[in-house]
Design a protein around this ligand. Sequence first.
Ligand SMILES: NC(=O)c1ccc[n+]([C@@H]2O[C@H](COP(=O)([O-])OP(=O)(O)OC[C@H]3O[C@@H](n4cnc5c(N)ncnc54)[C@H](OP(=O)(O)O)[C@@H]3O)[C@@H](O)[C@H]2O)c1
Length: 257
Amino acid sequence: MSDRIARVALVTGTSSGIGEAVARELLRRNWRVVGASRRSAAIEVPRYTHFRIDLANVAELAARVEAAAGPLVADAAVVRVALVNSAANPGLLGPLGRIDPVEMQRVHAVNVTAPVWLMGWIVDRAARNAAVRIVNVSSGAASKAFPGLGVYVSSKAALRMAGMVFACELDSPDRPGGPHPDATILSYEPGVVDTAMQAAIRASSAETLPVVQMFKRLAAEGLLAPPERPAQEIADYLDHDKHLRFAERRLGDEPGA
Ligand SMILES: NC(=O)c1ccc[n+]([C@@H]2O[C@H](COP(=O)([O-])OP(=O)(O)OC[C@H]3O[C@@H](n4cnc5c(N)ncnc54)[C@H](OP(=O)(O)O)[C@@H]3O)[C@@H](O)[C@H]2O)c1
């Protein structure tokens, strides 16, 4: 590897919000970062490269990700590899009876299929002796029912569960080569964060999203966290060791809580 960078991260959703803040925080800490989203990112740092991809197009996922990040992730000089699944589509708000199934499949492709596949890919592609750290950006909605958010919350619940399952697989003696020596997964709830996604949710009608008033009140009372706060906690996790194989954490929790 030309620039001898020992830590490499693949971060999705770096054109905006939490994904962008995570990429910037990792770059500040001298990581090499590959970012992905449909739009380009406003990050101009030599250690950052971006590839534009619609994660809903799962048929092209493997080839595009391999081309953008495969050799970097697999480099034997890399001792720490990270994946941050931040990209998500909060769309299709509204009562489940009104949901278009084709659109629902697209949302689940972005929010579940792509991040779940990426977890498997990065562990397989990283050198066996590299520490692998995965953060799936989850939501309080992964384990709490909010009317009008059925598609989004079902996707977050699925991603959370897939992380738990993958942790069991990594622990399994039946895994080829035995349990993975150092791959861990964090399902991370960032709280209510001041991003484009929150603004879009607040713009919903009460008919579409009966709990919209709660989101408006949180914003009006200045209770939204800046994206830099969850980004810092995510970067701390990626930089550290001795994690449980699978852990869950909310913004502001003590590590290990
Ligand atoms: N903000 C909150 O309060 C909050 C609360 C709980 C959980 N979260 C979670 O936090 C994560 C980040 O959200 P955010 O708040 O930072 O929202 P955001 O600012 O809207 O960012 C969403 C990111 O996802 C990317 N994305 C969306 N659809 C995509 C697609 N089809 N292909 C590739 N990339 C796609 C977007 O990029 P492009 O549009 O350029 O593709 C963008 O970079 C999400 O997983 C969200 O569910 C947020």
